[in-house]
Design a protein around this ligand. Structure first.
Ligand code: HEM
Length: 210
């Protein structure tokens, strides 16, 4: 099944590389205060690379949103209210119990359903909640003059910074869990292969191969 068009693959590879650079440089900046401590790069270099990567990531993000607005890929991110929680629970049960007992996927991939309910929710939270928040707070840190002076007696810059590092933390955790769940296809490498070739291998395909 051809599920990952070229533009999604191009967006995804650039996004993943930039994320890794942003995590490493972000951590470098956070810990440079500790006496002569340098994590991969020094403070000045970390700031420069963090800013450059963040600007490219923002442009790439606009490309992702536009792609999902104007192509059919956007339909995979639409949530239906009916069975929302029960479907999430079914998927969670599969991840925590079913898959270790040889059960079949409760939501097999089809041309109409690329993501299982848990995957869909985590992609929506990462792409449409955490990413906009980290981009907006990052712009606030880059251009402090646009940040409000204070909110209920707390410095606006401090709140912006807190929001930025909190989202950074959540997105880093998301990425680790995301890469792990991407190993849970029919074979550990099958989903990664799909993101490179564009084709998701169906269960039948593997049965024939085996
Ligand atoms: C080294 C890091 C990463 C690897 C190896 C990786 C791997 C993959 C793979 C194999 C898929 C296809 C399986 C699927 O449909 O879920 C995928 C899809 C996806 N990944 Fe990643 N990923 C990485 C980083 C990220 C990051 C940092 C984000 C966002 C913050 C992200 C967001 C997504 C999204 C939204 C999709 C679905 C795209 C679509 O088909 O519409 N990934 N990833």
């Amino acid at each position: 099944m051809y599920l990952y068009p070229k533009w999604i693959r191009a967006w995804h590879i650039l996004n993943s590389i930039l994320f890794i650079i942003l995590i490493v440089t972000g951590l470098s900046m956070q810990y440079t205060g500790k006496k002569d401590y340098v994590l991969v790069v020094g403070f000045e270099e970390a700031v420069r690379w963090h800013n450059i990567s963040a600007i490219i990531l923002t442009i790439n993000y606009i490309f992702f949103v536009a792609g999902n607005l104007f192509t059919r890929n956007g339909r995979y991110y639409r949530v239906k209210r009916e069975h929302f929680f029960s479907d999430l629970f079914k998927q969670l049960k599969y991840y925590s119990w079913g898959m270790f007992h040889g059960e079949k996927h409760p939501f097999p991939v089809t041309m109409e359903r690329k993501f299982n309910p848990l995957q869909k929710l985590s992609y929506i939270l990462a792409m449409y909640v955490a990413l906009p928040l980290i981009i907006i707070s990052g712009l606030g840190l880059l251009f402090p003059e646009i940040v409000v002076k204070g909110l209920m007696g707390v410095s606006g810059m401090l709140l912006t910074d807190l929001l930025h590092i909190t989202m950074g933390f959540f997105l880093s955790v998301f990425m680790i869990i995301h890469v792990y769940t991407c190993t849970l296809g029919k074979r550990p490498e099958s989903l990664f292969r799909g993101m490179i070739t564009g084709y998701h291998a169906t269960e039948d395909h593997y049965d024939l191969e085996d």
